[in-house]
Design a protein around this ligand. Structure first.
Ligand SMILES: *[C@@H]1O[C@H](CO)[C@@H](O)[C@H](O)[C@H]1NC(C)=O
Ligand SMILES: *[C@@H]1O[C@H](CO)[C@@H](O)[C@H](O)[C@H]1NC(C)=O
Ligand SMILES: *[C@@H]1O[C@H](CO)[C@@H](O)[C@H](O)[C@H]1NC(C)=O
Ligand SMILES: *[C@@H]1O[C@H](CO)[C@@H](O)[C@H](O)[C@H]1NC(C)=O
Ligand SMILES: *[C@@H]1O[C@H](CO)[C@@H](O)[C@H](O)[C@H]1NC(C)=O
Ligand SMILES: *[C@@H]1O[C@H](CO)[C@@H](O)[C@H](O)[C@H]1NC(C)=O
Ligand SMILES: *[C@@H]1O[C@H](CO)[C@@H](O)[C@H](O)[C@H]1NC(C)=O
Ligand SMILES: *[C@@H]1O[C@H](CO)[C@@H](O)[C@H](O)[C@H]1NC(C)=O
Length: 455
């Protein structure tokens, strides 16, 4: 039996390739022609989507930029069109490719893009604020949109958002301010994509979110590195590592993020999330949400597995965030596991916030969140807080009247430099408790003031 199965398995690739064998056809004159060199289409094998590997693809290159103002976006678009449908576009190491025009790249079908050089966007703020792709969700704009199917972008190169001018221009403003009209482009965006993989690349100095994945199915990042740093006092703002919207199948593995805002934070309607071996420095942590922001709109996040994440010097570690208040939406966050999470010098290691952003606690009490949160596990969470929240190492605050259930904490060992061994888990309005002793936020305040003034 085993032998027969093996034999059949070996036969499979041959059968699969049979359709690529030399076509035999009749010319009009009645001559029969046989393609002289029957070559296997994917000589070195196929990738996870059944397409040819890099070595068997026709290679396209484009000219690099001669200077920071030498815009090669037309060449880049032509190169992608030429490589589309089974080819490979190569951006060579040591070269810079300046992009100064918005690009609609939603026509892709089976293409590989090797980025060993640097793609650098111009920082012509007036141009980009007048020319971009716009999304209502948090008034997002982007330089370019990738879409289509079976797309691999990989290499040792960089995608550079040239963010400093944007950090300077945005100083003093707030993204969620309803009046804000100073829009900043997202560095990497997909829309209507199915099967897209990005690996090995560095994403540098994004003006706003580093990535935004929209209406996308099966998107994976592996071995990527994200950095957004300012050279002056105007900090990068909202330079999140990962954001998503209406995405099914989101994987991030073996990746490093040092950006000053969320490390990973799927937004409404993201399902089947897998994060493993992620390192975050100076971030707002690995969050689910925020969701439930828009009036009358159903939002959800479900089936997320987050494993082996190290979070250093951040504001939050693992967080769930949902809106409450008068004019907000509804939905749920369900079936989320955080496992093997290590925090160091983190202000709020574990957070459940059902009264997100600037809504006042009294308003959240009056209009409880209608985002239900259930089946959330925090397992083996270790490390140290910064001590900013004194003895509090976890703050799980459901708005009164809202539904939070099935929240489980197990093997939690987080110490605070300001707790003198008396760390507490705070929880409010969690149905069925959290599996470990916890105190209400009102009690926590009392405990804290009883402990004398720490720093
Ligand atoms: C994605 O698909 C939707 C629905 O078909 C369409 O409205 C939208 O314009 C597409 N987005 C892009 C960037 O092509
Ligand atoms: C956990 O992730 C780190 C990267 O942050 C990696 O170095 C380490 O090997 C991973 N551990 C396991 C057990 O995979
Ligand atoms: C992490 O960020 C801190 C600043 O908060 C910086 O000093 C340190 O070098 C970073 N660590 C790594 C490994 O990049
Ligand atoms: C989420 O999905 C639901 C159901 O498909 C849809 O009604 C809702 O508009 C989506 N939410 C957002 C913010 O797109
Ligand atoms: C919960 O999510 C995990 C992925 O993290 C998935 O394997 C599992 O099937 C989900 N459970 C339910 C009940 O949907
Ligand atoms: C949230 O939970 C409440 C109470 O169980 C239920 O009535 C409501 O339908 C749930 N909402 C969603 C969006 O699942
Ligand atoms: C707990 O998580 C850490 C990584 O944060 C890992 O090194 C350790 O092996 C895990 N412990 C258990 C018991 O799984
Ligand atoms: C908790 O972690 C500290 C190191 O941060 C360690 O010394 C201690 O033994 C751990 N406690 C438990 C119960 O694992």
């Amino acid at each position: 039996m085993r032998g027969l199965t093996l034999f059949l398995l070996q036969l499979l690739p041959l059968l699969a390739h049979a359709r690529f064998l030399a076509p035999v056809g009749e010319l009009e004159g009645g001559l029969t022609v046989v393609d002289p060199a029957p070559v296997k289409k994917c000589a070195t094998g196929t990738d996870n989507w059944g397409n040819c590997l890099e070595a068997d693809r026709k290679r396209t290159t484009i000219r690099a930029s001669a200077s920071d103002t030498d815009d090669v976006s037309a060449e880049f678009l032509a190169g992608l069109k030429s490589a589309n449908g089974g080819g490979l576009l190569v951006l060579e190491a040591g070269k810079t490719y300046v992009l100064g025009k918005k690009l609609d790249l939603t026509f892709l079908r089976d293409v590989y893009v090797r980025v060993d050089g640097e793609i650098k966007f111009t920082d012509d703020i007036p141009y980009w604020q007048a020319n971009h792709f716009y999304y209502d969700f948090q008034k997002s704009i982007t330089f370019w949109v990738w879409g289509g199917s079976d797309i691999k972008i990989f290499g040792r190169g960089t995608i550079n958002g040239n963010g400093q001018a944007w950090y300077d221009g945005f100083a003093g403003r707030e993204i969620l301010d309803k009046e804000n009209t100073y829009l900043r482009p997202i560095l990497f965006m997909t829309d209507n994509a199915t099967n897209i993989e990005i690996s090995g690349l560095r994403f540098l100095n994004s003006p706003c979110w580093s990535t935004f994945l929209v209406r996308t199915k099966n998107v994976a990042f592996d071995r990527c590195r994200f950095d957004s740093h300012s050279s002056n006092e105007n900090r990068p703002k909202n330079t999140d590592g990962f954001d998503s919207w209406n995405v099914d199948g989101l994987r991030v593995t073996n990746t490093e993020v040092d950006v000053g805002d969320d490390c990973f934070s799927p937004k409404p309607n993201t399902t089947n999330i897998h994060v493993e071996n992620l390192w975050c420095n100076n971030t707002h942590g690995v969050s689910m949400g925020s969701i439930g922001q828009y009036p009358g709109t159903l939002d959800y996040i479900s089936n997320a597995y987050i494993k082996n994440v190290t979070l250093l010097n951040g504001q939050t570690g693992a967080r769930l965030k949902a809106w409450a208040g008068k004019d907000v939406g509804y939905g749920y966050i369900r079936n989320v596991t955080y496992e093997d999470i290590h925090v160091v010098n983190t202000d709020y290691p574990l957070v459940l916030d059902q009264c997100y952003f600037s809504v006042k606690p009294a308003e959240c009490a009056k209009y409880p969140s209608r985002v239900n949160i259930s089946d959330v596990r925090f397992i083996n969470i270790t490390g140290t807080s910064s001590g900013k929240r004194k003895n509090k190492i976890a703050e799980l605050l459901c708005s009164p009247g809202a539904t939070c259930s099935g929240i489980e904490l197990r093997n939690i060992n987080i110490t605070s430099p300001n707790a003198k061994g008396k760390e507490v888990i705070v929880c409010d309005n969690v149905k069925g408790g959290v599996g470990l002793p916890c105190v209400s936020s009102a009690e926590a305040v009392t405990l804290q003031s009883g402990k004398g003034k720490g720093n």
